[in-house]
Design a binder for this molecule. Structure first.
Ligand SMILES: NC(=O)c1ccc[n+]([C@@H]2O[C@H](COP(=O)([O-])OP(=O)(O)OC[C@H]3O[C@@H](n4cnc5c(N)ncnc54)[C@H](O)[C@@H]3O)[C@@H](O)[C@H]2O)c1
Length: 259
């Protein structure tokens, strides 16, 4: 880079500032367990005020209580992300509670294994509503709030390795996460001028309660085949840990605007 170009940029923030989210507010969907709970944990540890939404009010409350016992500012709210108007409701609740919104993590997702030939319209619609439609409308509601605040923000969409290549018995899910990938690119293109950065994180196989229960509809033979196929494609030879995903989200959450 030439000296002239270099001098157009202010110094980037020091490392400690990159890990400091004090004064920031985050909204994490599906934050009661699994990857979402780990994301809540890291964002709150970094100092963010966190609104945790989840379909499961009980586990959401337990995780928020645990976070508060650690001295963090986390609020739990029951929410089905697929309900129409829900995104507007939870963003409004977050703003009412914390005064603004700086970070949205669209994490809530479902991945019920179902062979293509057995997948019915109700299952297809449910997966699309939770994984894809809700991601768009939560991002839209968050971006409207961030735009009104006028100082940018960050949206992280949790996609999947299945957005890049299929696992098997998940055509509906793979389609939804493929859509999240393109949605992320499209939203980033439209929102960049508002200093709102939109990223996707695409985990591989991660050990979570959802992953354990997702294959309940499959035969033992089909389950074994899915596990073998996953491990064969993982260089480390193991499933991921939830915190490995949370750390990636933590590193994506802050917009630095060159001035
Ligand atoms: N676990 C994996 O191997 C894996 C791999 C790639 C991507 N992902 C993605 O990561 C995200 C989290 O997955 P996980 O494995 O932690 O799942 P999980 O089932 O363990 O946790 C998901 C959480 O989302 C909540 N949730 C489900 N439907 C909801 C709804 N309609 N409204 C609000 N909350 C809802 C659940 O109650 C739960 O607390 C999902 O988007 C998933 O597709 C997971």
């Amino acid at each position: 880079m030439s000296e002239t170009k270099h001098t157009q940029f202010s110094a980037p923030p020091p490392l400690a500032a990159l890990l400091n989210l004090h004064g920031k507010t985050a909204l994490v969907t599906g934050g009661a367990q699994g990857i979402g709970a780990a994301i809540v944990d890291r964002l709150a540890e970094a100092g963010a005020r966190v609104m945790l939404t989840d379909l499961d009010a009980t586990h959401a409350a337990v995780w928020a209580d645990h976070q508060r016992a650690l001295g963090r500012d986390v609020t739990a709210m029951q929410s089905d992300v697929s309900t129409k108007g829900e995104a507007t409701r939870v963003v409004a609740a977050t703003v009412a509670q914390y005064g603004g919104l700086d970070i949205l993590v669209n994490n809530a997702g479902i991945f019920p294994f179902s062979p293509m030939l057995d997948t019915d319209e109700a299952l297809w619609d449910r997966v699309m509503a939770v994984n894809e439609r809700a991601t768009f409308f939560h991002a839209q509601a968050a971006a409207r709030q961030m735009s009104a605040q006028g100082h940018g923000g960050v949206i992280v969409n949790v996609s999947s390795i299945d957005a890049l290549h299929p696992t098997g018995n998940l055509v509906h899910y793979d389609t939804s996460k493929g859509g999240v990938g393109m949605m992320t690119r499209s939203m980033a293109l439209e929102l960049g001028h508002l200093a709102i950065r939109v990223n996707a994180v695409a985990p591989g196989s991660v050990q979570t309660p959802g992953a354990a229960s997702a294959m309940t509809g499959l035969s033992a033979e089909q389950m074994a085949a899915v596990g073998t196929a996953f491990n064969a494609r993982v260089p480390l030879g193991r499933a991921g840990h939830v915190d490995e995903i949370a750390r990636v989200v933590l590193s994506s959450r802050r917009t630095w605007r060159p001035t």
